[in-house]
Design a binder for this molecule. Structure first.
Ligand code: PLP
Length: 341
C-alpha cells in the first residue's frame, strides 16, 4: 500500500535521514508547552519569527521567506521560477548525486533536468556545470555540503556558476551548513540571481516541525513568495524555531558531538578496510561495495537504521550513516564490527 510520507524503520537508532540524534533543545519543548488554547486557535503571526530568523542570519527581514521545511522552498522555487516562465524548454541543472526532491520539483513543473556527474572522489564538477549552462537554463541546484557525499563547493566555484548563468536562478542549498562553517550568505548581496536555502531540521533538531527558509534579494524572492501559501507554517513550528534560536549553547555542543562521531566512524572504517569520504556534514558516506544492501539489512536487524545509497548508480555500493550523538555512533560501530567478524 502506498501511503504518504516516509515509513518508519521501526524501533532502534535512526541514522538514515541525517536528523539530529539528540533531539531538539529543551527550550523548544518549554516554549511549546507554554502555548495556550487561544494561541492554537489563532492563525499564526509570522512577524516575530521572520525577524528572529533574519537576525540569526544577519540579513534584512525582507530577504527571508519562511517555508514548511526547506522541501517546500525547493518546490516553490521551481513553481515560482519555472512554472511562470512561459519560454519553452526550460532546463534545470543538477550536479549529482543530489537530494531527490530537486528532481521531483523540476518534474512537477515540466522542466528538463540536466544532470552533471561528479569528479572522481565526488568533487564538485565546476567545468561540467559551466559546460551544461545553456540559454534555456533557468535554475541550478547546488548543495554544499552535499547530501549524500558531505563534500563542499568552494565559494569561488559558487560565484563562477552564478556569474556564468545570469539568465538562471542558482540555489545554494545549505541544509547542513552549520556543520561546515562557511556559508554563502556573506556573498549573497552581490547577486540577484542567487538564493540560499536553509533548514532547522538538521543541526537544530526540528525535522518534525518542518521549518526552513529561502534567503535572497527581495526582488528575487518576489515570484517565489507569490506562489508560496501565505499561511504555510503552523504556530507550533514558528514558536519552536524562535525558541531554538535562543539556546546559544545547543548548536556548538551538538556540532562537537557530530565532529567526534565522524572521527570515530572514520577510524572504524579504516580498521575494517572500508573506503569512506571525509564529510563536512552530519553523516558519512561509506563504500561497502556489493555487500551494501546486505550490510544495511544486517544493521537494521540489530536496530541500527542507515541509508542504502547503493541503488543510485552514482553512489553504487555506498551506505550513508548519520553521525550524531557519540554514544549512538559507538553503538552503530559495534553493530558494524559484529557484521564484519
Ligand atoms: C540537501 C537537502 N536539502 C533540503 C532538505 C530538506 O530539509 P527540510 O527537512 O527542511 O525539508 C534536506 C533534507 O534531508 C537535504 O538533505
Amino acid at each position: 500500500m502506498k501511503i504518504q510520507g516516509f515509513s518508519s524503520p521501526g524501533p532502534g537508532l535512526r541514522l538514515h535521514l541525517n536528523e539530529n540524534t539528540s533531539g531538539c533543545s529543551p527550550k523548544v519543548l518549554d516554549a511549546i508547552r507554554a502555548l495556550t488554547a487561544t494561541d492554537i486557535a489563532a492563525y499564526p503571526d509570522y512577524r516575530s519569527a521572520v525577524l528572529a530568523c533574519a537576525d540569526y542570519l544577519h540579513v534584512d527581514p525582507e530577504w527571508v521567506l519562511l517555508t514548511n521545511g526547506l522541501d517546500e522552498g525547493l518546490l516553490m522555487l521551481a513553481v515560482g521560477r519555472l512554472g511562470r516562465d512561459k519560454s519553452a524548454g526550460a532546463e534545470a541543472i543538477v550536479p549529482v548525486p543530489a537530494f531527490d526532491p530537486y528532481f521531483a520539483a523540476i518534474n512537477a513543473v515540466g522542466a528538463t533536468p540536466i544532470q552533471v556527474p561528479p569528479l572522481d572522489g565526488f568533487g564538485f564538477p565546476l567545468r561540467g556545470v559551466l559546460n551544461a549552462v545553456s540559454p534555456q537554463t533557468r535554475l541550478i541546484y547546488l548543495n554544499t555540503p552535499n547530501n549524500p557525499t558531505g563534500q563542499t563547493i568552494d565559494i569561488d566555484a559558487l560565484r563562477a556558476v552564478i556569474e556564468a548563468a545570469p539568465q538562471a536562478l542558482v540555489l545554494v542549498d545549505e541544509a547542513y551548513v552549520e556543520f561546515a562553517g562557511t556559508s554563502f550568505l556573506d556573498h549573497l548581496p552581490r547577486y540577484t540571481n542567487a538564493i540560499v536555502g536553509r533548514t532547522f531540521s538538521k543541526a537544530y533538531g526540528l525535522a518534525g516541525m518542518r521549518i526552513g527558509c529561502l534567503v535572497a534579494h527581495p526582488d528575487t524572492l518576489e515570484p517565489i513568495r507569490a506562489v508560496t501559501p501565505v499561511l504555510n507554517l503552523n504556530v507550533v513550528a514558528i514558536t519552536a524555531m524562535q525558541a531554538a534560536l535562543t539556546d546559544r549553547e545547543f548548536l556548538p555542543r551538538y556540532a562537537a558531538e557530530v565532529h567526534e562521531s565522524k572521527r570515530r566512524l572514520y577510524s572504524a572504517c579504516a580498521r575494517l578496510g572500508l573506503e569512506y569520504l571525509e564529510s563536512s556534514a552530519n553523516f558519512v558516506l561509506v563504500r561497502a561495495g556489493a555487500r551494501a544492501p546486505g550490510i544495511v539489512n544486517a544493521l537494521a536487524a540489530r536496530g541500527v537504521h542507515v541509508r542504502d545509497r547503493s541503488r543510485d548508480p552514482i553512489t553504487a555500493g555506498c551506505v550513508r550513516i548519520t553521525a550524531g550523538v557519540v554514544a549512538h555512533t559507538d553503538a552503530a560501530i559495534a553493530a558494524i564490527e559484529e557484521i564484519f567478524v
